[in-house]
Design a protein around this ligand. Structure first.
Ligand code: ZN
Length: 67
């Protein structure tokens, strides 16, 4: 995948978490950190090893995730 900012090739990798899920939400929560309402689940993987494939441009410091 080419970086949309600088057009250089991005590095494929994985965003990973020691928690159960990775999700995107409009609000940052301090408690009840689970997907709710319109939140978008990003992660695959088994219990406690969630991951999502992503592309990183170290030059622009951008990461692109497809969900
Ligand atoms: Zn870039």
């Amino acid at each position: 995948m080419q970086c949309p900012y600088c057009n250089e090739e991005m590095k494929k990798g994985y965003i990973q978490s020691p928690r159960q899920q990775i999700f995107w939400g409009e609000e940052k929560r301090k408690i009840l950190i689970i997907p709710l309402g319109d939140d978008i689940s990003l992660s695959q993987g088994t219990f406690n090893t969630p991951y999502v494939e992503s592309y990183c441009c170290p030059k622009c410091k951008k990461i692109i995730i497809e969900f």
